[in-house]
Write a protein that binds this ligand. Structure first.
Ligand SMILES: C[C@](O)(C(=O)O)[C@H](CC(=O)O)C(=O)O
Ligand SMILES: [Mg+2]
Length: 298
């Protein structure tokens, strides 16, 4: 009721244990605080908080327009509603190394279990689009060092994302990933890998956990969890999927409403009031009220 029963530190430890478990961790993207309740209810290991989704929900493209305050606020709203560890997209860290340090503090305070910082230049782009540019190695390393040094909770997972594969190719991606690991990154997010063999190559090149981004309409095929586990990937995200699924359904329903004048035919596919209340733990609120208002201590 009201919020999670665990502390951020417990959720960070759970995230680290999951990454070290040898079992693929599956993090669907929670696009709202309510959706993390559903992800938790279905038994997933954690939830991803996507920058692309956050921007889209504000009606903005994912080109670095969202602010640290907006991201931290949303990350807090989502992270506080479940016991699952959350991994948040911190884009390029919102500025220079000192800004990156502040980003880490804000996101730590927001209760996330981990965050990733990427090596794109500002303004950044979706990692699966063409026309991206990356910063030089020194700048990329300084971002990660600043984040690692700023962290107050040693269990906060600092993940380094490299977008260099789509710009300079796989050899450059391997070199950069190694350098980011050496700079203190706890995990590597190799963006826009083309094939399973590339994931495998990356897995062999670094000793920290690696992430696979199974975003739709991107550069990677949508590999199954089994395929990813088989090449040693430690964590998979489905970052924008729930938003795409919801908006696909919403658009179809709006068309139906427009053409038929009723949503009666859509009700069977809707989440019921009962299921919504279950996710909200409505019962517990009733019980709380009953406990307070029926109290007769005299
Ligand atoms: C993972 C990602 O950074 C995100 O913000 O969710 C995006 C996802 C997308 O735009 O499909 C990305 O750059 O891959
Ligand atoms: Mg992003």
């Amino acid at each position: 009721m009201l919020s999670t029963s665990t502390t951020p530190s417990q959720r960070r430890q759970a995230f680290r244990a999951g990454l070290a478990s040898g079992r693929l961790q599956v993090f669907p993207g929670a696009f709202t605080p309510l959706s993390i309740r559903l992800i938790e209810d279905k038994g997933f290991d954690g939830a991803y908080i996507s920058g692309a989704v956050m921007a889209a929900e504000l009606g903005l493209p994912d080109i670095g327009l969202t602010t640290l305050s907006e991201v931290a606020h949303r990350a807090h709203q989502i992270s506080r509603m479940s016991d699952l560890p959350t991994l948040v997209d911190a884009d390029t860290g919102f500025g220079e190394p000192m800004n990156v340090a502040r980003t880490v503090h804000e996101l730590e305070d927001a209760g996330v279990a981990g965050l990733h910082l990427e090596d794109q230049v500002n303004p950044k782009r979706c990692g699966h689009l063409d026309g991206k540019a990356v910063v030089d190695l020194d700048t990329a390393v300084k971002r990660i060092r600043a984040a690692v040094d700023a962290r107050r909770d040693p269990d906060l997972v600092i993940m380094a994302r490299t977008d260099i594969r789509g710009v300079e190719g796989m050899d450059a991606a391997i070199d950069r990933a190694k350098a980011l690991e050496a700079a203190g990154a706890d995990a590597i997010f190799p963006e826009a890998m083309g094939t399973l063999a590339e994931f495998e190559q990356m897995r062999k090149a670094v000793s920290v956990p690696i992430l696979a981004n199974m975003t739709e309409f991107g550069k990677s095929e949508l590999f199954t969890h089994q395929q990813l586990a088989d090449v040693g990937v430690n964590l998979v995200i489905h970052p924008v999927s729930l938003l795409r699924i919801a908006f696909g359904a919403i658009e179809r329903a709006l068309d139906t409403l427009q053409s038929t004048g009723t949503l009666d035919g859509e009700v069977a596919g809707m989440q019921t009031r009962g299921r919504l209340y279950e996710l909200l733990d409505y019962e517990a609120y009733n019980a709380f009220d009953a406990g307070i208002y029926t109290y007769n201590g005299r």
